[in-house]
Design a protein around this ligand. Sequence first.
Ligand SMILES: [Zn+2]
Length: 301
Amino acid sequence: MPTRRLNFYDHAVFDRAGVFRKDAAWIAARLDDEATRFVPVWRSQNLFVEEVPAPVLLERAELREIPGEFVLLGLDEGRAVFAVDLSPLETPLDAVRLDRPAQFGDLRRFGPLIDPGEGTLLAYARGMLYWHSRHRFCGVCGSPTGSVEAGHVRRCTNASCGTSHFPRTDPAVIMLVTDGDRCLLGRQRQWPAGMHSTLAGFVEPGESLERAVAREVIEETGIEVGEVTYHSSQPWPFPSSLMLGFTARALTTELRVDPEELETARWFDKAWLLRHEDDDEFRLPRRDSIARRLIEDWLGR
Ligand SMILES: [Zn+2]
């Protein structure tokens, strides 16, 4: 394991327990075990007790039914943990029996406020059930697929096809471009007022990560980069990305911003960033993001 400080959604305090996924008898027994915990997901939302806020992990007795897919997430201190999909229900709280008020909400709203280990578990649950919802039919022959291996594979039900489909993760590069004591931050039109962040983009088929970094930077800002250095990665299943973080050294400094991609991009002095507090004119990205981490680490905070 890395010795670095972990990125949010990467605090895996549980064992993914891959060896049990094909053991149908073990899975069936765990689904009925009172020690087992269930992470309910409804249409990409997780269940929270709002005041704290804290995620709700259900005990078997608190779950009336499993109306959709289930996925073995792993073992937490010897207890099995499953994600359960309540999306087929219009009113998902009908499936649970709780003695405390709770409601479904977007993990990104609570992310930085909850326990990082639980945040990691909820992001994993949400990402897996999103994948199930988008792969109900075989991309090869168009027949329905069915969940197997405790929710980690979807297999085509057409016997003459039988293709196995595996959970998808889309790699995206995210990079802090620096020029001595300045760094390059951009802003997309739809972001919250004043927010500026690192550049980012999806890796294309047949492309290395280093080349994806260089391509995205020149496409969005006209800046050529030289040395590209890996920083760290962050699962970002909103809905299905893996963010691969880099720093990149600028070889040129004259900006030519692509207005389709960015509203603006500018060079920011380190000293100015260190002095500046968030306000409506300027703010950094959310604290649970790797973008924020790349900037804070460069600033030496
Ligand atoms: Zn098929």
